[in-house]
Design a protein around this ligand. Structure first.
Ligand code: BGO
Length: 271
């Protein structure tokens, strides 16, 4: 059985280091179709049946950069068997912003918390079990630089792929925003792959300018969505994209406060 794992993460999260560790010399480098964004693919050193597809380094799945569009089009249309999401644990809040979006795609996700050598050196503590529970997916601590646990992370992603159980989207949104997203989800039911609906509902709410590359929406559905979004914006007195970003960060602040303990002393020293 061949398995395809997509490697996703922020720029500078250690993605290249991890990719090289996992694939060794078994790599193929090209470009994504139609664009000059590098496309790297390789097979896992320890198991040739597992292909690792390196995605461009990205901060979110918005439509504003070529890298983000390439990554999300691949994730929505090609649907890898699992996503291995590399997270820079020294910059966890910003990195998990992307994670929350990956979790909405209906694909099994495993988080590889990287740079753990630096986290330990700083004396910071991350409660991995708690973080895993809050995110609803497996979390593996690694150091891509030192090669610690890297294979374990890939193996966990392969196991998640084999199990085939999509990671559930976390409950991030609440109040009128949640009601609006639910109403948009209802409109999408039966018209697109059910697993992608949580992701697409958010993108439609945000009036994503490249939504037509992800899903085809009838004119009457578009009108209904616009009515839903408009009403929510009026109530919140804010624009749709900012409303989503604010609730995402609120959620992240909560889960970080429950799972990460910074060593105040080391941070005071570095300021
Ligand atoms: C430089 N631990 C530590 N300590 N560093 C790591 C780890 C880890 O687990 N993983 C990666 N790095 P990329 P993207 C560098 O290049 O893989 C380091 O963008 C330097 N270079 O070594 O390139 C890694 O592909 C000079 O650091 O990330 C690299 O995601 C001084 O994180 C950087 C210091 O890794 C980014 C670091 C000339």
């Amino acid at each position: 059985m061949s398995i395809k794992i997509a490697l996703a993460g922020n720029p500078n999260s250690g993605k290249t280091t991890l990719f090289n560790h996992l694939t060794g010399s078994r790599q193929h480098v090209g470009n994504w179709p139609g664009v000059t964004v590098e496309k790297k693919e390789g097979t896992l050193k320890s198991n040739k049946e597992v292909t690792i597809q390196d995605l461009p380094g990205i901060y979110s799945l918005s439509p504003y950069s070529l890298e983000e569009v390439v990554a999300r089009n691949y994730l929505v249309h090609e649907r890898p068997d699992a996503i291995l999401n590399i997270v820079d644990a020294t910059n966890i809040e910003r990195n998990l912003y992307l994670t929350t979006q990956l979790l909405e795609l209906g694909i099994p996700v495993v988080v590889a918390l990287n740079m753990m050598d630096l986290v330990e050196r700083n004396g910071d503590q991350i409660n991995v079990d708690q973080l895993s529970k809050l995110l609803g997916c497996k979390v593996v601590t690694i150091s891509a630089l030192k090669g610690t646990n890297t294979l374990e992370a890939a193996n966990q992603a392969a196991l998640a792929a084999k199990a085939g159980e999509a990671t559930a989207a976390p409950s991030i949104f609440y109040g009128d925003v949640k009601k609006s997203l639910d109403a948009i989800s209802d409109l999408l039911k039966g018209k697109t792959d059910a697993k992608t609906i949580p992701f697409l509902s958010v993108k439609l709410f945000e009036r994503d300018e490249k939504i037509n590359e992800l899903v085809t929406i009838s004119e009457s559905d578009q009108e209904q969505i616009e009515t839903i979004v408009n009403a929510c914006e009026q109530k919140a007195d804010d624009d749709a994209e900012s409303i989503i970003t604010a609730q995402r960060y609120e959620y992240l602040t909560q889960i970080i406060s429950k799972s990460v303990k910074k060593n105040k002393q080391s941070h005071e020293l570095t300021i």
